[in-house]
Design a protein around this ligand. Structure first.
Ligand code: HEM
Length: 389
């Protein structure tokens, strides 16, 4: 059955016909049940994400009320992801520069090493979450013995900042945030103990160049790299495994050729995105994509629908790893575009290689997939018909 709700679509078994119908209209449209505007076409999504009138948070709620005044709120309020204007740029540039300096071959070797260590002792349903956290922690310079705790706290923190957090999840996330801040500050206080190529050292250096020397800001944004990675990359890994089952011929090539695997995962992120939507809030009355919006209005930005707009990708429903000039909104667009795209693809490739090498047969994944409860992420709950490899 086709979804009729643009938020529930993120975790619907097949939301793509619904999205395609929405994307056929280039203007914003009003969804009264959610009290929001919805942008679905590539033109509308691009217009919202590049509009100078749009902000990532409502003006009067910089931090969700349940987190305000807590350690989790301290991190949330300092994230570039959650700020615009002076609190966003130039720190965003510093973070993008630090991420851009991660050597791809080194990230791949850290990914393979962490995956090989984790895959035999981690249940399939946990592996897709734990691996990305371990890889980013390792790249930041977190010592190996601390990585399991960092992954656990990242899980709790990420759940607490999600739109669907329960009171229990919020409480656990606040506790985890305290631990994450303590750990990040301890590492920042002893820079000589960090590996010379540590991402945390690069982040601190770039932030200093950008005039942001406050340790709390650097610590919060290092934690932000972990939490931004966590759910999204788990979704990319899971959706890639499902795509292997759905497209066995392309999957067979990707199994044997690293470039084909990267192309396969790059098409998955467009075709079945792990992050399906984001939100913006109008900071002033404005006309966006031809629609008059009022100060304070919320806009749901359907990244996954824009990917299926034929104006962005010809024959958009076709899964084609060789697609030329792929246009994808999965990693955002404009000032807040994701600086972790390359790293996410590298981590997902490490995960898939390790699982296939361990004997996972994607054809045995239980389908139709069920997805983890979320208002914006599409993360399949991985289970196999056979015993877990
Ligand atoms: C499949 C994996 C990932 C997906 C789909 C993804 C998606 C996104 C999206 C859609 C945004 C923009 C949100 C908006 O504009 O409202 C974003 C921002 C961001 N992402 Fe990612 N991301 C992924 C992995 C990563 C990784 C691995 C890192 C870094 C280690 C990262 C770091 C960030 C940061 C720091 C921002 C905030 C940028 C800003 O606000 O200027 N992400 N991501």
């Amino acid at each position: 059955m086709s979804p009729i709700d643009p938020i529930a679509a993120a975790t619907h078994a097949d939301p793509y016909g619904f999205y395609a119908a929405l994307a056929a209209t280039t203007a914003l449209h009003r969804d009264e049940s959610h009290g929001m505007w919805v942008a679905a076409s590539a033109a509308a999504v691009e217009a919202v994400l590049t509009s100078p009138s749009c902000r990532v948070r409502p003006a009067n709620v910089p931090v969700p009320p349940a987190l305000a005044g807590t350690a989790a709120g301290r991190i949330f309020g300092a994230l570039v992801r959650m700020n615009d204007g002076a609190a966003h740029c130039p720190l965003k540039r510093a973070i993008a520069d630090a991420c851009g300096r991660i050597d791809r071959a080194r990230a791949a070797s850290v990914g393979s090493r962490e995956a090989a260590a984790l895959v035999p002792r981690t249940p399939l349903e946990a592996f897709a979450f734990v691996l990305p956290a371990h890889v980013v922690a390792a790249l930041l310079g977190v010592p190996a013995d601390m990585r399991p705790d960092i992954a656990r706290w990242t899980a709790d923190f990420a759940a607490a900042i999600g739109a669907t957090a329960s009171p229990d999840e919020t409480a656990r996330g606040i506790d985890a945030a305290r631990h994450l801040l303590d750990a990040a500050h301890a590492l920042l206080r002893a820079p000589a103990d960090l590996p010379p190529d540590a991402l945390l050292a690069a982040l601190a250096r770039e932030a200093r160049h950008a005039g942001r020397v406050e340790p709390d800001i650097i610590a919060a944004n290092a934690i932000g790299l972990l939490s931004q990675t966590y759910d999204a990359t788990a979704g990319l890994i899971g959706n890639t495994l499902l795509a292997f089952a759905a497209h066995p011929a392309a999957g067979a090539e990707a199994r044997t050729d690293d470039r084909a695997l990267t192309a396969f995962i790059d098409e998955v992120q467009r075709w079945d995105p792990p992050i399906q939507n984001t939100r913006r809030f109008a900071a002033a009355d404005a006309t966006i994509a031809g629609t008059a919006v009022r100060e304070g209005d919320a806009i749901l930005v359907l990244l996954a629908a824009a990917n299926r707009d034929p104006a962005a990708n010809p024959d958009p429903a076709r899964f084609d790893p060789a697609r030329a000039d792929r246009r994808s909104f999965t990693f955002g667009h404009g000032a807040h575009a994701c600086p972790g795209r390359t790293l996410a693809l590298v981590i997902a490739a490490s995960a898939v290689r390790a699982l296939l090498a361990r004997g996972l047969d994607p054809a045995t994944l239980v389908r139709p997939a069920r997805y983890r409860r979320s208002a914006n992420a599409r993360i399949p709950l991985l289970a196999t018909r056979d015993a877990c490899p």
